[in-house]
Design a protein around this ligand. Structure first.
Ligand code: NDP
Ligand code: N5H
Length: 253
């Protein structure tokens, strides 16, 4: 990856999937640019980078729910770092109240917030990122099996991830002619800040240990390596794909 500059969006702390991806990319020699939303995430990121002796090309503020913020972030990246060859979209958000009880009770506001932050955000990012990917490249997002099947409590986020996965396919078609590939990783459950305090998380982790072909859960390093594959030339013939990194759980009936 030493000839590539990759934008990583969504490091909140050392448990973030995006941090697992960043470590894999750094190990293979990629140059890294990070985007963050909260100041708290920037603080954590700055500490993590220092601890791991990683010198980023740039760290840029980006709220994916604002078109202006996304446009500004990618314009700044283009101006200060030049062309990039990859983008990691590892952000999602839903109101906590919507992630329990019944989906039928989802509010209009809660539905819009989840779709906006978790699905449309990929479209906005792809549109702006394309402008600084003149040689082509690879965009990878993070999804969950709740997009394909009903997973209790995932609710509004399942519908947002279904839209995200469909967006991957439509974006893959649009951007393919520019040599830009668009794919998703569907990760098994991993204990991160976003997962903290959501109901049913522990039960889901135990069910995977019992039922997944590998009889265990996956971790950030495994998702990091698979994401790196999709960002690398090794996956040059792959686009519009959802690759499951879930210890095989999705094949079980
Ligand atoms: P984290 O909490 O570590 O990361 C979530 C990130 O989303 C944070 O960095 C947060 O930044 C960012 N974010 C939320 N809203 C916005 C916004 N409007 N603008 C910019 N950034 C935003 O959790 P994960 O690593 O678990 O989540 C990363 C991705 O992985 C998500 O898409 C999630 O759905 C997906 N995923 C997670 C699984 C799991 O079990 N953990 C399983 C499958 C998929 P900030 O705090 O600065 O706002
Ligand atoms: C079936 C499950 C468990 C229930 C549903 C969990 C859904 C989680 C996804 C969203 C992204 C969580 C979320 O937005 C939480 C926020 O309301 C509160 N948290 C925060 O604001 C923290 C501080 C920040 C960092 O979080 C965000 N998002 O910015 C699914 C699980 C088994 C798997 C899972 C956890 C999937 C997933 O998509 O993350």
């Amino acid at each position: 990856m030493s000839n590539k500059t990759i934008v990583v969006m969504g490091v909140a702390n050392e448990r973030s999937i995006a941090w697992g991806i960043a470590k894999a990319l750094h190990r293979e020699g990629a140059k890294l640019i990070f985007t963050y939303r909260k100041e708290r995430s920037l603080d954590k990121l700055t500490k993590l980078l220092a601890e791991h002796d990683i010198a980023p090309l740039l760290t840029v503020s980006c709220d994916v729910s604002s078109d202006e913020s996304v446009a500004e972030a990618f314009a700044r990246i283009g101006a200060e770092a030049g062309a990039v060859q990859g983008v990691v979209h590892s952000v999602a958000f839903a109101d906590k109240d919507e992630l329990q009880g019944e989906f039928v009770d989802t509010t209009r506001e809660g539905y819009m917030l989840a779709q906006d932050s978790s699905a449309f955000s990929l479209v906005a990012v792809a549109r702006e990122a394309r402008k600084i990917m003149p040689e082509g490249g690879s965009i990878v997002t993070q999804t969950y099996i709740g997009a394909e099947r009903v997973v209790r409590n995932y609710n509004v986020m399942g519908v947002a991830k279904a839209a995200l996965e469909a967006s991957v396919r439509y974006l893959a078609e649009d951007l393919g002619k520019y040599g830009i590939r668009v794919n998703a990783i569907s990760a098994g459950p991993i204990r991160t800040l976003a997962a903290k305090g959501v109901s049913g998380f522990n039960d889901i982790m135990s069910a995977i240990e019992e039922r997944a072909p590998l009889r265990r859960n996956v971790d950030q390093a495994e998702v990091g390596d698979a994401t790196m594959f999709l960002l690398s030339g090794l996956s040059r013939g792959v686009t519009g794909e959802v690759l499951h990194v879930d210890a095989g759980y999705h094949i079980m009936g």
